[in-house]
Design a protein around this ligand. Structure first.
Ligand code: XUL
Length: 591
């Protein structure tokens, strides 16, 4: 180790709209942080919300050069905040999942010979066979998804082998389209990285391996065999064996161990920013796998991320794949898996309802005096005062809706709003109608219920009874993201999903993903204890959960926001799960 300076561990989060960097001390306290906002800082790339959209083909891409420039900029900002880079003993990072980067033949040499007097972006244009990275929001690959879904038999078979059925954004279908659409660029491509391994490569000074968790977002990795799926490689590469072998070379080997060191940081960072030459680059992973590392998450605890989109994450020892959700290898702990649901419609859909609600002048003045300009006052008041399922008396029909201002992934359905009522007799089918609805007011509770009902429906086979007297549910539910501060949403999450030990807000200032990356770097280097850290070998002794669990204190990091399970209410929602499934099916069938 460099002298007796206290070590720091540095985590990056390369997301759609920004690059964040955050360093922690060994006791897990955040020491320094900085960020680059693509739209605000790098508008010259002509992006909006970090991407370019080509509407006609439903194509969404991000400029790779912008990310390179962001790396320099974020490190400059960290330096200005006073961080001494010599202290950094390990770095890790998280990347938006599924995106791919296409390196040229020149990449390795250019990465190895960077001149510290010059920026990354000025030296690496020739390192890429294609200047764009297909983004997770891309929806241009329907034809390729259709081929993937029948590639191994049917969508169930694909989900069983790779953890997911085919999705537009998954890298296998994306590579298949790239191969057809950009033949020349594909031919010039020497290596293909995911966004996470691309960022790791920059720090490593050579193309880094893809990690064992993020690789599951490709529809190309056979999870049970722990190997690339040969038939799927062949499919993505255009159907012949030589092309499949060539694609395997482009993708390289996969790093099975989520910890340890992949190598020392590239000399460019040492000379330009003063990093120690022995600072280790540890494996980088996807943003969702990294988010579950922001706390010592126990199996059967769940994270609900209430951002622009909604994601539901759980760590579980059981691999129970199904086409309606995703399974990934856990990023640090072999034998565990990450279960994920990922929706396109989340915060934006709730905002649409919020903005449609009438504001009485009385409410407006309460909002201004009590809460400043909180735009959620009316929405929250309505969501909290409406009884579960909009049923004022036990004989009232239940109100159920689907609210998708954007085309949805779960289920795969076009944009639209649908409202139903369900008679008290549970065997009666739901009726599509707005009769009995008090609109738009009833939408406030119904939209939150609808989003959370979908989570409950799809996670119900993965949870267990936390104690003999309780029905199957998560133990703790942690809320993260913008919506996590909303008390009305927290209460509905508790009423509907339960949470035997309650619903908590993870209070980490929107940094869960970068924090997870920093914790991962720390664990990667310190899991073998002091001795191995000094030898700079990284260890292999302590699990992530054990090491971070030992140092983690809840104080200031989590806050109880709802009691969770309420007997009777949780069961009422359980009674309408079948009807909710039926209305989804009905909507899909009418497409
Ligand atoms: C997950 C997904 C998004 C991206 C960007 O499947 O597509 O959550 O990882 O955050």
């Amino acid at each position: 180790m460099t002298s007796d300076l206290e070590p720091l561990y540095l985590g990056f989060d390369l997301s759609t709209q920004q690059l964040k960097a955050l360093s922690i001390s060994p006791d897990l306290t955040v020491a320094y942080e900085a960020k680059v906002d693509f739209d605000a800082d790098l508008a010259k790339y002509g992006i909006k919300n970090g991407v370019h959209i080509h509407e006609a083909e439903r194509e969404v891409v991000a400029p790779v050069a912008m990310w390179l420039e962001a790396v320099d900029l974020v490190l400059e900002r960290l330096k200005r905040s006073g961080m001494d880079f010599r202290r950094v003993m390990g770095i890790s990072g998280a990347g938006q999942q599924h995106g791919s980067v296409y390196w040229s033949q020149m990449a390795e040499q250019l990465l190895a010979e960077l001149d510290h007097e010059r920026s990354l972006v000025s030296q690496l244009p020739e390192a890429f066979a294609h200047p764009w990275s297909p983004n997770w929001q891309d929806a241009s690959t329907q034809a390729e998804c259709d081929s993937f879904d029948v590639g191994l038999g049917n969508a169930d078979d694909l989900a069983r082998v790779t953890g997911s059925k085919a999705h537009h954004r998954f890298t296998g279908p994306q590579v298949m389209r790239f191969h057809k659409k950009h033949q020349e660029a594909y031919r010039r491509t020497k290596r293909i990285s995911l966004v996470s391994s691309f960022l790791a490569s920059i720090f490593l000074g050579r193309v880094a391996e893809i990690d064992i968790s993020d690789v599951c977002g490709m529809n190309l990795w056979d999870i049970a065999k722990g190997a690339w799926s040969e038939p799927l490689l062949k499919l993505a590469a255009g159907g012949n064996d030589d092309e499949a072998a060539n694609l395997r070379d482009k993708l390289g080997t996969v790093r099975v161990d989520g910890g340890g060191s992949m190598g020392s940081i590239s000399p460019w960072f040492v000379a330009r920013y003063g990093f120690s030459p022995i600072c280790a680059v540890t494996p980088f992973t996807g943003d969702n796998p990294s988010t579950i590392l922001a706390l010592p998450l126990r199996p059967l605890d769940a994270i609900v991320s209430l951002g622009t989109s909604t994601t539901f994450l759980m760590s579980t020892p059981n691999y129970v794949p199904d086409p309606s959700y995703h399974f990934f290898n856990h990023p640090t702990t072999s034998g565990l898996y990450m279960f994920m649901l990922c929706y396109k419609n989340g915060g934006l859909a709730r905002e649409r309802v919020r903005d449609s609600l009438p504001t009485t002048s009385e409410e407006q003045s309460v909002s201004n005096t009590v809460t400043g300009d909180d735009p959620w006052v009316t929405f929250n008041a309505l969501a909290a005062s409406t009884p579960p399922l909009g049923r004022y008396t036990s004989g009232d029909p239940a109100k159920l809706g689907l609210y998708f201002p954007l085309p949805e992934i779960v289920p795969n359905v076009r944009a639209g709003t649908w409202r139903f009522t369900l008679q008290a007799n549970p065997t009666a089918p739901p009726t599509e109608t707005t009769q009995g609805w008090n609109l738009p007011q009833d939408d406030a509770r119904a939209i939150v219920e609808s989003q959370i009902l979908s989570l409950r429906l799809r996670s119900r086979n993965l949870v267990l009874p936390p104690s003999p007297s309780l029905p199957p549910q998560a133990r703790r539910i942690y809320l993260v993201g913008g919506g996590s501060t909303n008390p009305a949403i927290a209460r509905i999450v508790g009423e509907l999903l339960g949470g035997a030990e309650g619903v908590y807000m993870l209070n980490v200032g929107g940094n869960a993903c970068a924090l997870g990356a920093a914790y991962k770097a720390l664990w990667a280097m310190e899991r073998g204890g002091k001795k191995k850290l000094q030898d700079h070998a990284g260890g292999d002794d302590q699990t992530f959960e054990a090491l971070v669990g030992e140092r983690w204190t809840e104080e200031g990091k989590v806050r109880l926001v709802d009691q969770g399970y309420r007997r009777g209410v949780w069961e009422q929602y359980g009674d309408v799960l079948g009807a909710f499934e039926a209305i989804e099916r009905r909507v899909i069938e009418t497409e």
